[in-house]
Design a protein around this ligand. Structure first.
Ligand code: PAF
Length: 281
């Protein structure tokens, strides 16, 4: 596995690979890898012959009061996991190499990014879109894999690719869960044992949404109230949002007669967790 630290070397390397006709798969990450990331690598492996995993804790997608400084990092462990998983190139640039100090061009998606995490974290998707465009330009992938846990991010990036005509196929990676249902996330490491137990309320709430839906419930507000009640019973949980939105447009829905995304963002203590499910009539 080759480790590349600069944008210039990354682009030169991939230009040579593309000239040889190689098919490039990109797995963009912020590191502190877990089994969810490894499943994205496997998906990339099935569809490409060179896998680039980018590892970059992107400062521009964190708000001033968010956890950029304490975001978990362990380069040696990540590099060992990438090596074992068959990654060909680990691209781990420095912040200063990706962003000029006077950078003044940003990529903004104006519709799908407005609600949910976009409303709760102003500027977040501007940072995500900008860094993803940079990664596409530096890694020149034919395919890129993004996890379904970040449901809004996945939809925003698909729109970005569509509206800016990127020749990149976006592959969704299913949510990977612990055996007890907790969705894997790099931020889970911040949970104490007791918070970890209470965090299971996200999956419990989504299970209830699926159960109610199967039983014929179609009123979105009633569904939200039921989920609020379940989450409210857990002392460490503070709801950031409970959203029931159109799976395609992310606009709030009243009736569940089209595929709907049920998305949760909940603080467990100081740690903000997200999870989701799609309800299809
Ligand atoms: O999902 C993530 O880890 C990040 O948002 C991404 C896509 C790597 C951009 O920094």
């Amino acid at each position: 596995m080759r480790i590349i630290r600069t944008a210039y070397e990354m682009q030169q390397t991939v230009l040579a690979l593309r000239a040889q006709g190689r098919r490039i798969g990109l797995v963009p990450t912020m590191g502190f890898l877990h089994a969810g990331h490894l499943s994205l690598i496997r998906l990339a492996r099935e569809r490409s012959d060179v896998i680039i995993l980018s590892l970059f804790v992107n400062p521009t997608q964190f708000g001033p009061r968010e956890d950029l400084a304490k975001y978990p990092r362990d380069f040696d462990r990540d590099a060992a996991l990438c090596h074992a998983a068959g990654v060909d190139i680990l691209f781990a640039p420095e912040g200063a190499d990706l962003y000029a100090p006077d950078a003044s061009v940003w990529v903004v998606e104006e519709k799908l990014a407005a609600g949910l995490c976009g409303a709760a974290r102003p500027g977040h998707f501007r940072g995500v879109c900008t860094v993803v465009v940079k990664l596409f330009n530096l890694c020149l992938p034919q395919i890129a894999v993004f996890g379904e846990k970040d449901a809004q991010q996945l939809r925003v990036i698909r729109r970005l690719v569509r509206d800016l005509n990127f020749p990149v196929e976006i592959i969704p990676g299913p949510i990977i869960r612990e055996p007890d249902g907790l969705a894997l996330s790099s931020r889970n490491v911040f949970l104490s044992a007791e918070e970890r137990r209470q965090a299971l309320v996200l999956r419990r709430a989504l299970d209830e949404a699926e159960r109610l839906f199967r039983a014929g419930a179609r009123d979105a507000e009633a569904l939200r109230s039921a989920l609020r009640l379940i989450i409210g019973q857990v002392p460490a949980a503070k709801v950031d949002y409970i959203a029931v939105v159109d799976d395609d447009t992310l606009a709030p829905v009243q009736t569940l007669d089209q595929p709907a995304l049920v998305a949760l963002a909940v603080y467990i203590g100081q740690t903000r967790l997200i999870d989701n499910t799609v309800l299809k009539p």
